[in-house]
Design a protein. Structure first.
Length: 361
């Protein structure tokens, strides 16, 4: 199969993890006789430096034409003092919006091999396997007005949703729940926010169409607590943009590291932007310390969601598991008796594992 992939490495550890993602895609292509072509574009801080804007036109155009997009990470201290509309993060928000990627799927699974790597008790983490369906192109991140007023004496951000925006993300969540364990938790702040009250109404309406799915509503503060006290309670969580952002970093603790969490930002027709959940990690950038597994697992999501290559996706996931079982890890993962390696070495191990795995099984 032929596929064209746009790579947006971005800033900090972004280029390091994007390199790992590309190498895994190349290994899969070679093994399965696919033709994957690549095109690299600027986004974020590196785009500000080279093109004077966090989201250059040619980047947007290339993404529109691609079969899938991979993004490393954007941002860093160098650009932190720029005005809001010129920050690297605006590039990421812009490309999600431009491509209409309203659903961000963030699976959180505690790998057997990493149960002890979590600071939480092993008995708490065991069995955790959940999916956060985060609304990605609306809510508090995009509502207007968002501005400083009266010479900085006042400031406003707006949490706004149309009924349509809530309906489509809720539908996505029901569909995801149906493919998993049929349990949906809609997370909101309906005791305070009007937008959450409408969100609840829509979940109640939609559930009539999915009678096999058990649905409940949970307030976001309580959900944050339950995520670390009884994570295996959850199957699919659907929530507003910023709630989903915060809960997913929290949930990464179950896996042992933020460097383990992949994500897919998708729309209805199959185009997706695949991005690790973590950021540009300026504290470790350029030191070959970044854990590439979040990116490699994001590649598995690309193979599955955008290319419908189930077997290849499973092969990548299995290779990650095997490498962890062999106790290789980067410094972010605290594994007793493990074998610490650099980011690129860990990617090598996954690629070696791919080439030894039998695809004819
Ligand atoms: P971060 O996710 O970059 O880092 C948080 C902590 O996790 C750091 O200690 C970092 O070293 C560690 N970490 C993250 N990814 C890792 C990996 N793959 N391997 C090993 N350790 C890893 O969050 P932050 O420090 O709050 O933000 C830094 C910059 O990244 C900010 O500019 C922020 O806006 C940006 N950011 C970008 C994205 C994105 O592009 N998707 C996501 C989050 C944050
Ligand atoms: C993420 C990041 C982004 C977000 C930032 C960098 C805009 O934190 O992808 O989780 O909040 O969506
Ligand atoms: Mn985040």
């Amino acid at each position: 199969m032929k596929k064209h992939i746009v790579l947006l490495p971005g800033d900090g550890i972004g280029p390091e993890v994007a390199r790992a993602a590309k190498r895994v895609l190349e290994a899969i292509a070679e093994q399965h006789q696919h033709t994957f072509t690549f095109e690299t574009h600027n986004i974020g801080g590196s785009a500000i430096d080279q093109d004077g804007t966090p989201l250059p036109e040619d980047t947007i155009e290339a993404c529109h034409k691609a079969d899938a997009v991979f993004l490393g990470a954007v941002g860093g201290p160098k650009w932190d003092d720029l005005p809001g509309h010129m920050r690297p993060e605006k590039g990421l928000l812009g490309i999600r919006k431009q491509l209409g990627l309203f659903a961000n799927l963030r699976p959180v699974k505690a790998f057997q091999q990493l149960l002890h790597a979590s600071p939480l008790k092993t008995e708490v983490v065991t069995g955790s396997d959940l999916l956060i369906v985060r609304e990605l192109t609306g809510g508090l991140y995009f509502g207007e007005p968002s501005e400083r007023r009266n010479n900085g004496a006042e400031v406003v951000d707006t949490l706004a949703y149309s009924r349509h925006e809530i309906e489509r993300i809720v539908e996505q969540a029901f569909q995801s729940a149906r493919l998993r364990r049929n349990h949906l938790t809609s997370v909101d702040k309906a005791n305070v926010l009007e937008s959450s009250r409408m969100w609840r109404e829509i979940v109640e309406e939609k559930k009539q169409e999915y009678p096999e799915v058990t649905v409940e509503h949970m307030l976001v503060d309580a959900a944050a607590m339950k995520l670390v006290t009884n994570p295996s309670y959850f199957d699919v969580i659907v929530t507003e943009n910023m709630f989903g952002d915060i809960l997913s970093d929290e949930a990464s603790v179950l896996t042992g590291s933020l460097g383990m969490l992949p994500s897919a930002s998708i729309r209805k027709d199959g185009l997706g932007l695949y991005e690790p959940v973590h950021g540009s990690a300026p504290d470790i950038a350029g030191q070959n310390k970044a854990n590439p597994l979040a990116s490699i697992l994001s590649v598995a999501m690309m193979l599955k969601h955008s290319f419908k290559m189930e077997e290849e996706a499973e092969q990548v996931e299995k290779a990650v598991q095997d490498v962890l079982a062999a106790r290789y890890h980067t410094a972010d993962l605290n594994i007793n008796g493990g074998i610490p390696v650099s980011g690129s070495e860990l990617a090598n191990k996954v690629i070696e594992q791919l080439s030894t795995s039998d695809t004819t099984e």
